[in-house]
Design a protein around this ligand. Structure first.
Ligand code: SAM
Ligand code: SF4
Length: 322
């Protein structure tokens, strides 16, 4: 369906858990995290109901994210259920890759055609530092195995001043012989992200030019979402730019989000104000469709980054579902 600004909304992103097996420095604090209790999280049945009603409103793509979606023990059952919902054409997953390798066959056989894997560095020690303890080899093995299975891979990379800016070209070269999309995502001042200085995509482009890499700008495809893509001559992969901070992409926004605790978010950085969990748990399921419909229709025109507005989201990315 369309929202009141005429944007077609066909994509739902669901945070399956706020918990994570890593602690990336710009996403979660190292300790002192207060997580939702299990019963505060939406259960599989509740998520299924939300997706089923959303599909009736024209939602066609579901992304499962978090926190780390693969730490949720019952994720396989959930995917099995979503896979069978009429209207859902695509299931995708955003993951840090720590638990991915052993799940790939299952995901592949249950409609997961594309994976977004986070990788900010190619250096083992730096990966440990950024993620506070992650094993980069698990990510590498998952990428290679996914490609063999024919699953599309997008790598999400956040570049931070003084941490991984010096690796931009190495990361780009990772796509030379691999058919993957490497997307630079600008650091957003959300939660822990406020403590770091991100590198803008304009600066990254300048670094690419300074290194004399021959680039071609690719035509925008609606399926690319907020990413703009280029190709480097003779490279198999693509390079994408998601420029939330330097180039607002709200005009083409096609998505809603569901937080771990069941709030419908109309926009990434607006506070959540529609409690779908309450609607379901109070036994008012007949109102679920209408509630989601209102949420979609009333999506705000644009985000509130740096606007000092009281509606601005102050949760960390792991709760919202990045
Ligand atoms: N745990 C999974 C992962 O890391 O891919 C899924 C959830 S994580 C919140 C999703 C994405 O959000 C990751 O690619 C991460 O780099 C990104 N992210 C986290 N905090 C961010 C921030 N403040 N600004 C921009 N991206 C952020
Ligand atoms: Fe966990 Fe993903 Fe956040 Fe890293 S970015 S702490 S992997 S949720």
């Amino acid at each position: 369906m369309k929202d009141k600004y005429g944007r077609t909304v066909d994509y739902i992103r669901i945070s399956l858990t706020d918990k994570c097996n890593l602690r990336c420095i710009y996403c979660m604090p190292s300790d002192g995290n207060i997580f939702f209790e299990k019963e505060e999280n939406l259960n599989n049945d509740e998520i299924y109901k939300i997706v089923k009603e959303s599909a009736k409103l024209g939602i066609r793509k579901v992304r499962l994210t978090g926190g780390e979606p693969l730490v949720r023990k019952d994720i396989n059952e959930l995917i099995e259920k979503i896979y069978l919902i009429d209207g859902i054409e695509e299931i995708a997953l955003t993951t840090n890759g720590m638990l991915l390798e052993e799940r790939l066959e299952f995901l592949h056989s249950h409609g997961v055609k594309s994976l977004n894997i986070s990788l900010d560095t190619l250096n083992e020690e730096k990966f440990k530092y950024i993620t506070r303890g992650g094993d980069i080899h698990k990510v590498f093995r998952s990428i290679e195995k996914s490609l063999k299975l024919g699953i599309k891979i997008k790598i999400n990379t956040v570049v931070i001043e003084d941490i991984n800016k010096n690796e931009i070209i190495d990361l780009i070269n990772f796509t030379k012989d691999r058919d993957i999309s490497l997307r630079f995502i600008e650091l957003m001042p959300i939660g822990e992200g406020k403590k770091f200085k991100g590198v803008s995509n304009g600066e990254i482009m300048k670094i690419i030019e300074d290194n004399n890499l021959e680039t071609v700008i690719l035509e925008r495809n609606k399926k690319d979402g907020p990413a703009k893509y280029i190709k480097i001559k003779d490279y198999k992969g693509k390079i994408g730019f998601i420029s939330a901070m330097s180039n607002c992409f709200c005009e083409d926004c096609n998505r809603i989000r569901i937080t771990t605790d069941g709030m419908l978010k109309k926009c990434l950085n607006w506070k959540s104000d529609i409690n779908l969990k309450k609607v379901i748990r109070e036994g008012k399921e007949e109102k679920l469709l209408e509630t989601i419909k209102n949420g979609i229709y009333n999506k705000p025109k644009m985000y509130l980054f740096n606007k000092q507005d009281s509606n601005e989201e102050n949760r960390n990315m792991n709760e919202i579902g990045g």
